[in-house]
Ligand binder design. Structure first.
Ligand code: GRF
Length: 201
């Protein structure tokens, strides 16, 4: 499989940093071909530049529709010969067109044990719900939000003294561990999608 990654961000980019670090340390055999942000404010852009990675800002506000925006995203990813797209805090819904352009070749990291607490602020949802175990999920992206086949999950305990913030910080440590690991698993191949199960053979 083409081991060139396109990482899409909207914010601080700590998961991007974990991927950069894993590549630099030789724990992940991949090349980050491009980092694309939908806003010039994304803090992660500086992380990419520091690592010498090409950055592209595609402001979604400059496009008349989701469809045209997604076409522009796909064009940039193709220009950079990206084989696997990694959403890392990319706060945009993706159209079916985008998902179909990279079938089973888009991953997302979500800060909850899916299918619990999909959508925004998964950590906060879990804390408010009062669960005793929370966690993070890396999944293959399908047109339905936060619902694709699960590649890896990690669980963390929720302590009585936790706030939503301390819980989010504990989950984030696991995000940074499992995202590069899941990318490696997907790039290595030898897996299939069976129903909604991601199965390694
Ligand atoms: C992470 O919590 C991730 O799970 C979610 O968005 C957040 C992005 O954080 N999808 P960062 O930009 O990677 O620091």
């Amino acid at each position: 499989m083409n081991r060139r990654l396109g990482v899409l961000i909207s914010g601080r980019g700590s998961n991007l940093q974990a991927i950069i670090d894993a590549v630099a340390a030789g724990r992940l055999q991949a090349t980050i071909a491009v980092v694309i942000a939908n806003t010039a404010d994304a803090g992660g852009l500086a992380r990419a530049r520091r690592a010498g990675i090409e950055t592209v800002v595609l402001e979604h506000t400059a496009y008349p529709s989701r469809e045209t925006y997604d076409q522009a995203l796909v064009a940039e990813l193709r220009r950079c010969d990206v084989g696997l797209v990694c959403l890392a805090g990319f706060m945009r819904l993706l159209s079916g067109t985008f998902v179909e352009a990279f079938p089973n070749r888009i991953l997302n990291i979500h800060p909850s044990l899916l299918p619990a607490f999909a959508g925004l602020h998964g950590q906060d949802q879990a804390w408010r719900h009062g669960v005793k175990i929370a966690g993070a999920t890396v999944h293959v992206v399908t047109p339905e939000l936060d619902a694709g086949p699960i590649v890896l999950q990690a669980a963390v305990p929720v302590e009585d003294v936790d706030t939503a913030d301390t819980l989010a910080a504990r989950i984030l440590v696991e995000e940074h561990r499992i995202y590069p690991a899941a990318i490696g698993i997907v790039l290595d191949g030898g897996w299939r999608i069976d129903g909604r199960r991601f199965v390694r053979s």
